[in-house]
Design a protein around this ligand. Sequence first.
Ligand code: 1GP
Length: 254
Amino acid sequence: MKTKIHQSLIESQKEGKKSFAVLIDPDKVEGHTACMRIINMGVENKVDYFFVGGSLITGNNFGQIIRLIKEHTDIPAVIFPGSSMHIEPEADAILFLSLISGRNPDLLIGQHVVAAPVLKRSNLEVIPTGYMLVESGNATTVSYMSNTVPIPSDKPSVAACTAVAGEMLGLGLIYMDAGSGAERPISSKMISMVRKSVDVPLIVGGGIDNAHKAAKAYEAGADIIVVGNGIERNPELLVKVAELTSRYNQQLKV
Ligand code: 1GP
């Protein structure tokens, strides 16, 4: 089984290096030009990953976005799936998300059984990921679509125990998500408690719509941050978060 991207995330974490993933939600980029704009900005600013996906995809441009990324960049295209329907063999990897904050068996194991034979035949790197939704003020698409109750934002110990259980089950990444367009990103306290509780790389996303929030997530212990909605509204945010990430990583060299 391929482990290249996962291994690289583990190496980066060991070195204290931060990574920046730009989330492209296929329903939110309209047309080739808009998509290429984000891809080109990602290349110019050396983002680490493109995540592609969302909890609900209504259009048919998912595969096309992955192909554009593959044709124009060496930046890995990582599928962030909402269901077993969201598999595109041309991508580099897929986050094989188990929604461990919820108690919906379909998203803990059901969709995975359906996806398994397709993934087995593909050349995709499958990265087992403990996916944790955290309450963020408003009801997000993912909280509604997943039919689960997110972890209360003021219960960092619940988040920490959930992450530890995920790690004990062998999941190789933890992804804490406040949901796309979240009113409030995940608190520093919760990120920091989860960071101290597990050894696997930690992804944080949802509601990071300015560089200050991105910095707070990094400082609290996120190894990878994911920004989608904020970049769709203001593409310059991609430049700012890339600069921030690069500054963090430069400090490691001195
Ligand atoms: C959502 O974590 C991602 O699942 C990114 O969230 O779109 O709010 O940046 P935003």
